[in-house]
Design a protein around this ligand. Structure first.
Ligand code: HEM
Length: 179
């Protein structure tokens, strides 16, 4: 998993809870990387689960809520670090429909070792988008937050219904209906 996933996660914790907690997490989590991440480096994705688990214990917040908040935060980070990908889209659905065949394809060109999910997209009508997420990393709560962050960026409102298609969370359907 690319370093940006970790650096932004630690930044979110600092913003929301203060640096002392970041320091405590890194000290107690005993990560193989030592918690030293560079944006372009690659690290074991299990480290994000370790950090989320520990953060959940410290804050008494559910892991799923923390990952979802992190997805929202990350979308804002993308609007800064990857502005051209975001500006190219005219609406939230426009961007969400282009993640699989454009955005993540470009990400893979920049970082050949990126670990990206697979999305199957279906748009039954102008206000209705279905995204099927598949990834062995099981980060659908993070995807949920990214979708919410994307809608917020474009100033759009929608109802998102998330359904696990496989019990372990490796396949998840997002049914998004604009209001
Ligand atoms: C400008 C927009 C976007 C950019 C630049 C971008 C880029 C990236 C990057 C760099 C990673 C990390 C890859 C790695 O660690 O190896 C990633 C992972 C991921 N992206 Fe995107 N992404 C964007 C939009 C989205 C959106 C809108 C969604 C959800 C609908 C999404 C879903 C995910 C998920 C869930 C992962 C975690 C990996 C996994 O689940 O297997 N991305 N993306």
């Amino acid at each position: 998993m690319k370093g940006i996933v970790f650096t932004e996660f630690l930044e979110m914790i600092e913003d929301k809870f203060g640096y002392a907690l970041v320091d405590q997490l890194l000290e107690e989590s005993d990560l193989p990387s030592g918690g030293i991440y560079t944006a372009i480096g690659t690290y074991n994705h299990a480290e994000i689960s370790t950090l989320v688990k520990l953060l959940s214990q410290k804050t008494n917040m559910a892991e799923s809520d923390l990952l979802r908040s992190y997805g929202q935060y990350m979308f804002s980070a993308f609007t800064r670090s990857y502005r051209p990908f975001v500006d190219r889209a005219a609406s939230a659905f426009d961007l969400l429909s282009s993640v699989q065949h454009y955005i993540h394809v470009e990400v893979r060109k920049l970082y050949p070792d990126a670990e990206l999910p697979n999305f199957t997209i279906d748009q039954p009508s102008a206000n209705h988008l279905c995204m099927q997420y598949t990834s062995e990393r099981k980060l659908s709560d993070f995807a949920h937050g990214l979708i919410e962050g994307c809608l917020a960026h474009f100033g759009e409102r929608a109802t998102i219904v998330k359904t696990n298609l496989v019990e372990d969370g490796s396949q998840v359907l997002f049914d998004i209906v604009k209001s």
